[in-house]
Design a binder for this molecule. Structure first.
Ligand SMILES: [Zn+2]
Length: 266
């Protein structure tokens, strides 16, 4: 799935956790931003596809394989590998806590624990934003990876179901965006309605999730392929045709215009 959908999903996760946090708007904004960051981060492993990768990182690390070979390969640092696992956010969270504790000379377990509790909402937003990215990558085609390496260091890959195309899933983006907007509105409600707010936020997210699952499971086209496909452009145009049918001509054209303005696959 594309980086914009993933980032927005992390933001949506962040809005739910922001409601639960019941903090100031400053704290809530930080939680939402961290959720978005967690949603985007797994695709950092696509850096090997960067046009200057071989001259820079590749040569610095004296790598035997080209960036393209790494990206489409099965190395632990390939796309959809270690950085697309449950272990990755756990390690990253630990790495973010330990240096902070060293700087503040708070290396006692009780103080580290207190620090984690203090930052629990940001940690949760990051973790679940990250995990939802991994789940969203599973319904895309198997291609060379066959899903994501969810339980790294185990070598198994999960997903590659071919239920949706890699990008241009505008219907899904609109669902995610609606969840964000509605949950931000929930956050405007006064703090005294805390429990109603939490329930509403979770219900809105769950409804969005159900609608999302309904949409990906009712595509009229099977996008499954493994390895590389000569049918790539045909799949892409079929995916766009599905979007036109779902959204109608006018909304589809608006989404296409937005898509064309964004210099990323969307
Ligand atoms: Zn990904």
């Amino acid at each position: 799935m594309d980086i914009i959908s993933h980032t927005l999903t992390g933001v949506a996760v962040g809005t739910v956790i922001a409601t639960i946090s019941n903090g100031s708007w400053k704290r809530k904004s930080l939680i939402i931003l961290i959720g978005g960051f967690g949603g985007a981060l797994p695709d950092f492993d696509a850096i090997s596809l960067w046009s200057k990768f071989d001259q820079t990182i590749g040569s610095l690390l004296n790598l035997d394989n080209s960036g393209k070979e790494i990206y489409f390969g099965k190395f632990w640092y390939s796309h959809h590998a270690a950085l697309h696992s449950i272990l990755a956010p756990i390690i990253l969270i630990l790495l973010s806590i330990i240096p902070y504790s060293i700087i503040n000379k708070d290396l006692e377990i009780s103080k580290i624990k207190a620090n984690v509790i203090k930052r629990k909402y940001s940690i949760l937003a990051f973790f679940f934003g990250f995990i939802f990215h991994l789940l969203e990558d599973m319904p895309t085609p198997a291609s060379v990876w066959g899903g994501v390496n969810l339980f790294f260091p185990s070598s198994g890959y999960i997903g590659g179901f071919g239920k949706i195309w890699w990008w241009n899933n505008y219907d899904l983006v609109l669902i995610i965006f609606s969840v964000i907007v509605l949950n931000l509105l929930v956050n405007i409600i006064p703090k005294s309605y805390y429990f109603i707010k939490i329930r509403t936020s979770i219900v809105l997210f769950s409804l969005g999730l159900m609608l999302f699952l309904f949409q990906i499971n009712t595509r009229a086209v099977n996008f499954s392929y493994s390895g590389h496909t000569t049918n790539y452009n045909n799949f892409e145009s079929q995916s766009k045709l599905i979007q036109k049918e779902i959204l109608g001509e006018s909304l589809f054209n608006t989404m296409t215009k937005i898509d064309n303005k964004i210099p990323l696959n969307f």
